[in-house]
Design a protein around this ligand. Structure first.
Ligand code: GUN
Ligand code: ZN
Length: 451
């Protein structure tokens, strides 16, 4: 990398008129699941991005942009690939400390590892430190937006949004709602769930780049009254998001059937409370019946596909082809589900998404895979017109990828014949060491140390 501006540390450099990043560029023109996938992508091998006031002003061939604005500072990333920052549409920041916990499937894993970790978030100092660690790890991995579950404690949300604001990130988060089947110290009730969430919406939703998600953990840990309260709150604040879990594990599904015998199915529990619609993001959604699939599609609700979590916790194999590769697809994004998921890296998430699809006889094309990890996830969060793409007018949340970040990758890249093979090699072999730099709202917020 060469720079005509100050080198070195992560700094907030406000340059009037903007700045230019040179490198290969990758943008989406359309949803690659809806036609020939490669036609949905625009790639400039010698490209540039003009950033101004935190947004992308223009993307195109470098010579064109440099001719149009010859006096702006230029950061030349050479052969590196500049694309939208990754969008992780389902994660749990309080679970960072228990990532890679051995030997349990979902319901035992929650009791044994998750709830004990979440109890510690009654302490604001612990929450603040955890939020810093979580967000720094996101930026090291090129993830610029995540939809994040906090804990039942309102201060866990304050700590998270404060840390996100300090970094200039667009983040989605919410207080977890639970009023049964969890340790008493992690439970609220229908009224406090409503009151606390409402106060947090007033404090954080739309403040800076922060957005609020109403966050009932999942049907088994909420009474019908609490789910009703969550639905009422969403009707009051319809531009907030909703996030929860759906049909992840067979024992969980059987439990929901027992707890809500009058509901037609798992999604029907949420439907009855007004929690299904555009802006509702359902984590996992592996074991769906045809009615649920139709309802997800027709309502405009979205699924967060969490492949590393689904393999790590042993939950099942998501049906990407059935849900997405059709004329009337369900909205699907890609998610780490940290700490049920085993990696912060969207490369690891993409690799496992590919492997899970392979096990079901479907090969996930790299154009589709990278879409899911950026614009697809942004669409789930109703942010597809603001983030998730490298295009004029979009917020300048970007990642710069070194396409030869390891000796093994460098030798493999010598044999690639086109962009698709190059992207596929990255999604199978790359990790955080491929992330050269991460930008949020046009400011560099992470730069890789020399490796
Ligand atoms: N279902 C309910 N809570 C959780 C959670 O924290 N992680 C996962 N993976 N599934 C859940
Ligand atoms: Zn989850």
């Amino acid at each position: 990398m060469t720079e005509s501006e100050n080198k070195g540390q992560i700094s907030k450099s406000h340059t009037s008129g903007g700045r230019i990043l040179k490198g290969q560029t990758l943008s989406y023109l359309a949803d690659p699941f809806l036609g020939e996938p490669t036609a949905a992508v625009r790639h400039h091998a010698a490209g540039a991005v003009w950033i101004e006031d935190g947004r992308v002003r223009q993307v195109g061939p470098a010579d064109e942009i440099l001719r149009a604005v010859p006096d702006l500072p230029v950061t030349d990333y050479g052969e590196a690939l500049i694309m939208a920052g990754f969008v992780d549409c389902h994660a749990h920041y309080p679970q960072t400390a228990i990532i890679a916990s051995y030997g349990a499937q979902l319901l035992d894993w929650l009791q044994k590892y998750t709830y004990p970790a979440e109890l510690r978030f009654a302490d604001s100092a612990h929450a603040r430190q955890a939020a810093e660690i979580y967000l720094d790890e996101c930026l090291r991995n090129g993830t610029t937006t995540a939809a994040v579950f906090c804990t039942v404690h309102p201060q866990s949300v304050d700590s998270f949004f404060e840390a996100a604001e300090a970094r200039g990130l667009r983040m989605v988060a919410g207080k977890v709602l639970m009023d049964r089947h969890a340790p008493p110290a992690l439970c609220d009730d229908a009224q406090t769930a409503y009151d606390d969430s409402k106060a947090l919406i007033a404090r954080w939703h739309g403040r800076g780049r922060n957005l609020y998600a109403i966050t009932p953990r999942f049907a088994p840990t909420s009474t019908p009254q609490q789910l009703e309260a969550a639905g009422a709150l969403w009707r009051e604040f319809p531009d907030t998001l909703v996030q929860t879990h759906l049909s992840e594990n067979p024992s969980e599904i059987a439990w929901v059937k027992k707890l809500f015998p009058d509901c037609p199915d798992y999604l029907g529990v949420y439907e009855g409370c007004g929690l299904v619609g555009p802006g509702a993001v359902f984590g996992h959604a592996i074991h769906l019946n045809p009615r649920e699939i139709e309802l997800l599609r027709d309502s405009g609700a979205a699924i967060a596909h969490c492949p590393t979590s689904n393999t790590f916790i042993g939950s099942g194999l998501f049906d990407m082809q059935g849900l997405r590769d059709r004329a009337d697809p369900v909205t699907v994004g890609l998610a780490s589900d940290v700490g049920g998921g085993s990696s912060f890296s969207m490369f690891a998430t993409l690799r496992t998404a590919y492997e899970v699809a392979q096990l079901r006889g479907y090969s996930l094309h790299p154009a589709k895979a990278f879409y899911l990890a950026t614009l697809g996830s942004a669409e789930c969060l109703r942010l597809g017109d603001r983030i998730g793409n490298l295009a004029a007018g979009y917020e300048a949340d970007l990642v710069v990828l070194d396409l030869a970040s390891r000796p093994l990758i460098a030798q493999r890249m010598q044999a690639v014949e086109d962009l698709w093979e190059a992207l596929f090699v990255q999604m199978i072999l790359a990790d955080d060491r491929a992330v050269l730099a991460t930008y949020a709202a046009g400011e560099r917020v992470y730069q890789r140390a020399a490796i």
